[in-house]
Design a protein around this ligand. Structure first.
Ligand SMILES: *[C@@H]1O[C@H](CO)[C@@H](O)[C@H](O)[C@H]1NC(C)=O
Ligand SMILES: *[C@@H]1O[C@H](CO)[C@@H](O)[C@H](O)[C@H]1NC(C)=O
Ligand SMILES: *[C@@H]1O[C@H](CO)[C@@H](O)[C@H](O)[C@H]1NC(C)=O
Ligand SMILES: *[C@@H]1O[C@H](CO)[C@@H](O)[C@H](O)[C@H]1NC(C)=O
Length: 484
């Protein structure tokens, strides 16, 4: 009997392998990663066909791929969040944006949030929900959370009416000296030293002979060793990219059942296709609304480590060597920083708008034909790429592991380039020659991927399930199982 079942099982398996192989060979002309994702989908089909529940804690892929119920869970949680700085609504970098989007959504779903953060002088947003509680403390001179103070506040709250179900720290908000005492804890890493080595290598290669060599590259390896030593003091780890997940398991040697990949998500109600908004944005900013003019968009802080020296040089050379480029395309830059003024000097085909509020940024994405992010920061998962994708725009970015591994996984949704001026120029020429029709097609693929993986809803559902699972006694509850 057992043997019978086994042979049926392997025959089924055999069939699926044949199906997968023939499918892959049909699309062999497409990129390998595309094929891989198809095969992965087929793998999920196999699991589904066999109706095997998945053990979530050791699920090797991003949880964003899974479908969780949109209903809040039967068990509502009391959540402690440690975050160095709680952002003011619109201007917030990656880590703070993540903290804000995720936790306000969790509160909206009925969970009780206690946010341990540093006090700010600026006027504070008073959230209308009564289940978000702030516990402020004075930052250390270096701007970190004062561990003794926050721990005292946390203990007081934990021993009051109801203990915390789950503790979440954004990066080292709660340091390992305290976190090691907490078993129901998850840390989200927005950047680990091992990834940053790539940025250090790029910066060293781009350094001009006049600039002094920095010690960053040499010191980074020791930083990795430090991290490998102290990371195990956190019970559960959430990397924000597939690549960081791999590094945590393989290089940092954290057991796989304690590493759970959840990719960043952005608000799909704000960032979505809206053709009239894009048209109106162009009109307001004097961008000609012509079919023959290609609009290339850049956004974010215009600083060195976001790759703007590289982008500036590439554009300067293209404009100088090809007059047609100037006539048929326009570069629109949203953001400010030292490179803003330099972009302005490039003439009429570059428009620098300064920083935009979120709603205005959403219109900006609708007005462009492609979004380019030349970032040299190898860590974390950049929000701007996800926003552009959800708006239905193709994306172009540096070949960093988190980007090519989780975001632009094939050329059907955009372009990637090595961080050199010549490679970037080549990519810009390629997108320009391809023209609007090609870009629109890629934009559609980008949006499908965005909706599948990068919505705030997906991210929030994944964290909620993780928190419920970790907080359930001995993880034995059905919360840690996923029924396909
Ligand atoms: C906050 O306000 C206090 C007193 O009003 C002042 O001494 C301090 O420098 C301010 N801190 C910041 C970061 O602005
Ligand atoms: C925030 O709003 C609540 C209710 O609307 C009010 O009771 C509370 O005093 C407000 N807090 C601050 C700091 O303004
Ligand atoms: C929080 O309180 C619960 C219940 O008293 C206790 O079991 C737990 O150890 C406390 N957590 C921490 C980190 O002190
Ligand atoms: C500009 O580049 C395009 C595409 O590479 C090329 O066809 C065209 O001849 C170039 N024009 C000039 C003036 O160099």
């Amino acid at each position: 009997m057992a043997k019978d079942r086994l042979s049926i099982f392997s025959f089924q398996h055999f069939c699926y392998v044949i199906i997968i192989l023939s499918f892959c060979s049909v699309i062999i002309s497409l990129s390998w990663s595309h094929c891989c994702s198809q095969c992965h989908a087929a793998y999920q089909v196999i699991a589904q066909k066999q109706n095997q529940p998945i053990n979530l804690l050791s699920y090797p892929f991003a949880w964003n791929r899974l479908m969780f119920s949109s209903e809040p869970p039967s068990k509502l949680l009391k959540i402690a969040l440690f975050v160095k700085k709680w952002p003011q609504k619109s201007h917030a970098g990656g880590l703070e944006r993540h903290a804000l989007t995720l936790h306000l959504a969790l509160a909206k779903r009925g969970h009780e949030l206690h946010i341990f953060t540093t006090s700010t002088n600026s006027s504070f947003t008073n959230y209308s929900t009564n289940n978000v509680h702030f516990h402020f403390s004075k930052p250390t001179p270096a701007g970190y959370l004062d561990q003794a103070s926050v721990w005292e506040q946390f203990q007081a709250q934990n021993s009051s009416s109801k203990p915390f179900d789950i503790v979440h720290t954004e990066s080292v908000g709660l340091r390992y000296t305290r976190s090691r005492h907490v078993t129901n804890l998850a840390v989200t890493w927005h950047g680990i030293a091992y990834e940053t080595i790539h940025s250090d290598i790029i910066q060293e290669l781009l350094r001009s002979p006049q600039e002094p060599q920095t010690k960053a590259l040499n010191e980074r390896a020791m930083k990795v060793v430090e991290e490998v030593k102290f990371f195990p003091n956190y019970a559960h780890h959430v990397p924000t990219s597939d690549h960081a997940g791999d590094i945590l398991k393989r290089v940092y040697m954290i057991p796989e059942e304690r590493v759970h990949i959840i990719l960043n998500g952005v608000d799909q109600d704000v960032f979505k296709p809206d053709f009239p908004k894009g048209k109106e944005f162009k009109k307001r900013h004097g961008i000609p609304d012509s079919k023959s003019l290609l609009v290339i968009g850049l956004a974010g802080r215009l600083v060195k480590d976001k790759g703007h020296p590289l982008m500036f040089e590439a554009l300067k050379q293209i404009i100088a060597e090809n007059s047609t480029f100037q006539e048929s395309s326009m570069v629109v830059v949203a953001g400010d920083g030292p490179w803003g003024a330099r972009y302005r000097d490039l003439g009429a085909s570059v428009l620098v708008l300064g920083p935009l509020e979120q709603a205005e940024l959403a219109s900006f994405y609708n007005a462009i034909d492609i979004f380019v992010n030349p970032t040299l920061r190898a860590q974390g998962l950049d929000h701007t790429l996800l926003e552009a994708m959800l708006t239905g725009k193709p994306v172009m970015a540096t070949r960093l592991a988190s980007i090519v591994g989780s975001v632009i996984v094939g050329n059907e949704m955009g372009y990637t380039f090595s961080p050199t001026v010549s490679a970037l120029k080549k990519a810009i020429y390629e997108l320009w020659v391809g023209g609007r029709e090609v870009l629109e097609k890629k934009g559609q693929v980008a949006m499908q991927r965005g909706l599948q993986l990068f919505t705030a809803t997906k991210m929030v559902a994944a964290y909620e399930r993780l928190f419920v699972c970790i907080s359930s006694a001995k993880h034995e509850d059905h919360f840690c199982e996923y029924q396909p």
